[in-house]
Design a protein around this ligand. Structure first.
Ligand code: CA2
Length: 147
């Protein structure tokens, strides 16, 4: 079985270091460990990455097109700006789950629209780091054969 990809966008490397009142105290490494443990229990593997660069994220999305079973993405600020990320995501046939720590709908108006949502099977937002675990569970459920 191909791995599940979890891609993280700009500034998420600062998680647990700044603005804990919005994004919580968990670091990205903490989140990665929990995702890996969940997937290991289910017999799957994980590719977990973060980049501050739009082009790097696009290269990884293109890689996920052929190398992943499903893609979970927190596009961070690029959610609200990037047609290029959306175009890359639209080339995938594997399930795409958009994941946010905060609930952008309760924040500034410029966060209310996400280009990425147009390519996502579903969105998980507002549950902090736990949202990544929910996203992994959603991906596993989507990959499980029906019946
Ligand atoms: O809630 C989310 O996960 C967001 O994707 C986070 C983005 C924000 O632009 C989106 O609207 C919602 C921001 C990520 C910045 O991450 C930081 C983490 C710690 C300290 C500073 C920034």
């Amino acid at each position: 079985m191909k791995p599940i990809y979890v891609l993280n966008g700009p500034n998420l490397n600062l998680l647990g270091v700044r603005e804990p009142e919005i994004y919580g105290y968990d670091t990205l490494a903490d989140i990665e460990s929990r995702c890996a443990a969940l997937l290991e229990d289910a017999g799957h593997s994980l590719v977990f990455r973060q980049s501050n660069h739009e082009g790097q994220l696009i290269d990884w999305i293109q890689e996920a097109r052929t190398e992943s079973a499903a893609l979970i993405i927190n596009p961070a600020g690029y959610s609200h700006t990037s047609v290029a990320l959306l175009d890359a995501l639209k080339a995938l046939s594997v399930p795409i789950i958009e994941c946010h720590l905060s609930n952008p709908q309760t924040r500034e108006p410029f966060r209310h629209h996400s280009y990425v949502s147009l390519a996502a099977k579903g969105i998980i937002a507002g549950f902090g780091a736990f949202g990544y675990e929910l996203a992994i569970r959603a991906a596993l459920a989507l990959l499980k054969p029906a019946g």
